[in-house]
Write a protein that binds this ligand. Structure first.
Ligand SMILES: CCC/C=C/C(=O)SCCNC(=O)CCNC(=O)[C@H](O)C(C)(C)COP(=O)([O-])OP(=O)([O-])OC[C@H]1O[C@@H](n2cnc3c(N)ncnc32)[C@H](O)[C@@H]1OP(=O)([O-])[O-]
Ligand SMILES: NC(=O)C1=CN([C@@H]2O[C@H](COP(=O)(O)OP(=O)(O)OC[C@H]3O[C@@H](n4cnc5c(N)ncnc54)[C@H](OP(=O)(O)O)[C@@H]3O)[C@@H](O)[C@H]2O)C=CC1
Length: 286
């Protein structure tokens, strides 16, 4: 489990080439980090990628990365918190790339903060991006798929702290837990329409795009994680692409309402000798 099989490390496909040929895949927050890694894998399998986010710079970077690999990508301006912008984004994508058949709700906001210091607006910003944004995009997607009488797939990006919470991240953990529950409600509601709704919960996947507030503050970066995570390493962003494309592919046609965890066993980590408890207020700045 510590490394990748040589064939996978060399970039060989898990799914057949062309699995997403002719399909439009919208990735919210797809210009950076994990969203971009997933978009690249969908594009490699033939998908047309719509990168929908707020920052022109992020969108342009993502579009350039996918096009440099021979893929098809367009950037679409979108703040997922705004229902009118969401509707316009879906219409614009349809005009430029065709109707969206796969939606990846990846956009998120997060910053570490002691809960008693989190302002109402800080709470609202994160919950609105993660929970309300996921609902608004899912609703716009499903309304269009149902009107066309066509199936589709939604993948919601969670975090492993949907179980157990996350001290210092109360806003994000609560919002992600809400998205997990939403995944299940919508999966049941839309199953008769052929719309599958699944979730992917990543463990620790460092990347160069991480927002400054979310970067590791440890002097050794992520070196210590090698002994903390049971698999002995952090995740590689390409691995999320493999999981995401499988869950949205016809090979997962009977999979819906599922949360797929990809974390090297981190979530289940229990030790015989547990570390001492260090209060969160001692771990975060004032
Ligand atoms: C752990 C591993 C798992 C990883 C999971 C991830 O999700 S990784 C993904 C991570 N990726 C990202 O997060 C990328 C996207 N993130 C973002 O765009 C911003 O971080 C955002 C979420 C604040 C939204 O931006 P926006 O322009 O909509 O909002 P705004 O700037 O107007 O602020 C709204 C309120 O929040 C307050 N506040 C802000 N920062 C801090 C802080 N550090 N401390 C305290 N408070 C903070 C700010 O003061 C304000 O409250 P006020 O003063 O009015 O009471
Ligand atoms: N990296 C990790 O270890 C982990 C990540 N995750 C999850 O993976 C996903 C991707 O995170 P990651 O790539 O690490 O982080 P990034 O900060 O790189 O990505 C977040 C993306 O969300 C977009 N975004 C933020 N707010 C909005 C908004 N209001 N409307 C539209 N787009 C928005 C940003 O684009 P823009 O600024 O252009 O709007 C950005 O591209 C998130 O859901 C995160 O919670 C979960 C567990 C671990």
């Amino acid at each position: 489990m510590n490394g990748l099989p040589p064939a996978l490390a060399a970039g060989l496909a898990m799914l057949p080439d062309g699995t997403f040929a002719g399909k439009t895949v919208m990735v919210t927050g797809g210009g950076t980090g994990l969203g971009l890694a997933m978009g690249r894998e969908f594009a490699r399998l033939g998908g047309r990628i719509a990168i929908a986010s707020r920052s022109e710079e992020h969108r342009a970077k993502g579009v350039a990365a996918i096009r440099a690999e021979g893929g098809i990508a367009e950037g679409i301006a979108l703040d997922v918190r705004d229902a009118d912008q969401v509707a316009l984004a879906f219409d614009t994508v349809e005009e430029r790339l065709g109707p969206v058949e796969v939606l990846i709700n990846n956009a998120a906001g997060n910053f570490p903060v002691r809960a008693e210091k989190l302002s109402p607006n800080g709470w609202r910003a994160v919950v609105d991006i993660v929970l309300t944004g996921t609902f608004l995009c899912s609703k716009a997607f499903a309304a269009r798929r149902v009107a066309r009488g066509e199936s589709g797939a939604i993948l919601n990006i969670l975090a492993t702290y949907v179980d157990g919470g996350a001290p210092g991240h109360a806003h994000s953990a609560a919002a992600k837990a809400g998205v997990r529950n939403l995944t299940e409600s919508l999966a049941i509601e839309w199953a008769p329409d052929g719309i599958r709704v699944n979730a992917l919960a990543p463990g620790l996947f460092p990347h160069d795009d991480h927002a400054p507030a979310m970067r590791s503050r440890r002097p050794d970066g992520y070196e210590a994680e090698k002994t903390r995570i049971p698999a002995g390493r952090v995740g590689k962003t390409q691995e999320l692409g493999w999981a995401a494309t499988y869950l949205c592919s016809p090979y997962a046609a009977f999979v819906t309402g599922h949360m797929f965890v990809i974390d090297g066993g981190d979530r289940l980590n229990r030790s015989i000798r547990n570390p001492e408890f260090e209060p969160i207020r001692d771990q975060l700045p004032d």
